[in-house]
Design a protein around this ligand. Structure first.
Ligand code: ADP
Ligand code: MG
Length: 419
């Protein structure tokens, strides 16, 4: 996310907060706007800000912003309802709404959330290396020469991604790195759109806008065989049988981190709240004021958070994750190329503008939102069947290019679609 966009989002977020006067966006009742499960986007308003408060990028990066107030729960007991936001992880905005016994406890949860997101962001980063830590980029540099010991939270996500590879028909391959980096370079060279606010970039920027070379994509794809990824559980090491292999955890990292942090918070005692990281929303417990939690499905055409296409009434402790084509893309000859690559064609998916997955586990919901984004309806039925056999209940929400919304049968009663 570029600095300009981060700054705009920050101010917009602050305005949204002050407009709410203690009501927290995201902890929504039927009268309030639901939290957004946008694809990679923010929960804040997408409008250009007009706030006069100047906040330096340093101040923004230093610590999360927060505000809150004491409110009454359904039994009339006082609780602290706080909201925090930070901008420095996973290239997105993380917003959380927690209900805590007091402000001090809320701040403890917020600090933990920020620290953990930062740590996991670094571990799962395939574009940077960090002092004193083995990131995915470090693994990519070294694992072709022999086993590399990694942090348990990196080892676990690799194992998780391997475990789900077959059930999801091989659509999400964390070893697709060599292919994905060619698309990444093409997007960067084009000054890719990162959603609303970056509309001045992309094909109109005068930068070089071209697709990756087909033969380069095919050559890169020779080094994406997941069977050549060697994990040694006892030694907690990773090795590549093919030295040109490279990992990219983009399809699963944000949701996996969200679930990991959520579990940590639950262990610390957090009972009620909502954690939103870009297109990943994870709920905790119940809304203490007796309302249902609702999460919005963004309109891929407008991205307007006040005009969600549909609102999903969520079960306690569940997650909703969206993959979409409208936040990260570039345009060549009038055609939009998004960031989710079909391993069969080596080109971006073209089936839907947005697909959301509802599941208990936020990591699985993220892995599968990318999977279903790449699956036609017949393939999706097979994936759903595979998970049903494992006793895992999933809900899917598809948006088509005419903004028509369809869902798996199990969600029909919980989804309100805008007229
Ligand atoms: P977002 O990161 O925008 O929330 P997704 O969860 O759908 O969206 O993940 C998209 C990211 O996943 C891409 O930026 C890329 O890093 C990675 N990716 C794209 N296609 C694949 C694929 N077929 N297999 C594995 N990873 C992929
Ligand atoms: Mg995903």
């Amino acid at each position: 996310m570029n600095r300009k966009r981060r700054f705009a989002l920050l101010l917009a977020g602050l305005m949204a907060l002050s407009a709410c006067q203690g009501k927290v966006p995201g902890s929504s009742s039927s009268e309030e706007a639901p939290a957004q499960a946008s694809a990679q986007g923010s929960q804040g308003s997408q409008e250009g800000p007009s706030s006069s408060r100047e906040i330096s990028p340093e101040e923004m990066a230093a610590k999360p912003l927060s505000q809150g107030d004491y409110v009454e729960d359904a039994e009339g007991k006082k609780i602290y309802q706080g909201q925090g936001t930070f901008f420095d992880t996973f290239d997105t905005v993380v917003t959380l709404t927690y209900f805590a016994p007091d402000e001090e406890t809320f701040q403890k949860y917020l600090t933990y959330t920020h620290d953990e997101f930062l740590r996991l962001h670094k571990l799962y980063d395939n574009y940077h290396e960090y002092e004193g830590l083995t990131s995915v980029m470090t693994v990519n540099r070294l694992a072709g020469q022999g086993p590399v010991e990694v942090d348990p939270d990196l080892f676990d996500i690799l194992e998780f991604s391997l475990d789900h590879y077959e059930a999801s028909l091989g659509k999400v391959n964390i070893a697709l790195g060599p292919v994905l980096s060619l698309w990444h370079e093409a997007r960067e060279a084009a000054g890719a759109h990162e959603g609303p606010g970056d509309e001045d970039q992309g094909s109109t920027s005068g930068k070089e806008v071209r697709l990756p070379d087909k033969s380069a994509l095919e050559e890169a794809n020779r080094h994406t065989d997941l069977a050549k990824l060697r994990l040694d559980k006892a030694a907690r090491t990773v090795a590549f049988e093919d030295p040109k292999m490279a990992l990219d955890l983009g399809a699963v990292a944000k949701g996996y981190a969200t679930e990991k942090v959520a579990k940590g918070l639950e262990a610390m005692g957090l009972k009620n709240g909502l954690l939103s990281a870009g297109g990943n929303v994870r709920l905790f417990g119940y809304h203490p004021q007796g309302r249902p939690w609702k999460v919005g499905v963004e309109d891929p055409k407008t991205n307007d958070r006040d005009q969600a296409l549909a609102a999903m009434k969520m079960e306690s402790g569940s997650s909703m994750v969206t993959s979409g084509d409208y936040q990260r893309y570039f345009i060549v000859d009038g055609k939009r190329y998004n960031h989710i690559i079909d391993p069969g064609t080596l080109y971006p998916a073209t089936l839907y503008p947005s697909v959301s997955v509802v599941a208990e586990d936020s990591g699985l919901a993220d892995f599968l939102s990318t999977t279903f984004f790449l699956c036609d309806k017949e393939e999706a039925a097979r994936v759903l069947e595979n998970y049903k056999e494992q006793g895992i209940d999933l809900g899917v929400i598809w948006v088509d290019f005419d903004n028509r919304v369809t869902t798996t049968d199990n969600l029909a009663g919980a989804l309100e679609v805008r007229d």
